[in-house]
Design a protein around this ligand. Structure first.
Ligand code: GLP
Length: 236
């Protein structure tokens, strides 16, 4: 595990963007696992800038996102598909057909989970998985006490996650109660993982994840078992 502590959010974002850019330069047809949440936005902005300047080429890159709310279509402004289009994809020279987010309005959600796992395998697995961490230690939407060997699945969101994500919705009642998420298994199968963490309110959960026991109570603690994990954080 490599831990990079940066002085502020901007330096954290810049480091994360450089790490991702290096991946794309070394392997132009990389499969990137991408995350939503407020933490990666700065890194996404930097990648957009480099792409616009012609320094980074996304034309052969493929992406798979971690998760999506159940019941929200891709054009709903709180869906993760919408978030990714707005904050990244629309500004890159990426082929939209190469960008993947679970379909939260699939008529058969179990079949959608299976399709997603097969899709990840069919494109060769994830080269670099970007992750954030939830206040309760969740990664993607793998909530505390999820089995470590889960594939993509439907989750009932914990009240603490609904509360934390309510800031993006008109009211708490509008936050979906369920989501589709890549499970711990496909996440841990990524060849490299980059975890970005920002804010002093995340310091305790980050410490538990990195130095505490590996336990389903803290889903991110599983990352200790990954053989190529880089953490870039500003939590002081
Ligand atoms: C959501 C996402 C996670 C993300 C988390 C933290 O719950 N499903 O992938 O890591 O939010 O978000 P933030 O970066 O805004 O704290």
């Amino acid at each position: 595990m490599r831990i990079i502590r940066t002085k502020d959010y901007n330096s954290m974002s810049r480091y994360a963007a450089k790490f991702m850019a290096a991946q794309i330069i070394l392997k132009p047809d990389s499969v990137l696992g991408l995350a939503t949440g407020s933490t990666p936005i700065g890194a996404y902005k930097q990648l957009i800038e480099w792409c616009k300047d012609g320094d980074l080429d996304f034309s052969s890159v493929k992406t798979v996102n971690l998760d999506e709310y159940c019941g929200l279509s891709g054009d709903h402004d709180q869906s993760y598909r919408y978030f990714m289009n707005q904050n990244l994809f629309n500004h890159l020279n990426i082929d939209m057909n190469n960008t993947n987010v679970p379909n939260g309005i699939a008529s058969d959600l179990q079949a959608e989970c299976k399709r997603y796992d097969e899709l990840i395998k069919s494109i060769g697995g994830v080269d670099l998985q970007l992750l954030g961490i939830g206040h309760n230690g969740h990664i993607g939407f793998n909530e505390p006490n999820t089995e470590f060997d889960k594939n993509t699945h439907v989750v009932d969101l914990k009240q603490s996650t609904i509360d934390a994500n309510a800031r993006f919705f008109k009211s708490k009642d509008d936050v979906p109660k369920q989501a589709l998420t890549m499970g711990n298994k496909p996440i841990m199968s990524a060849r490299k993982i980059l975890l970005v963490v920002s804010g002093s309110e995340k310091r305790d959960i980050l410490e538990r994840a990195l130095y505490g026991p590996v336990t389903p109570e803290v889903p991110a603690s599983l990352l200790q078992m990954h053989n190529d994990l880089t953490v870039v954080c500003c939590v002081d």
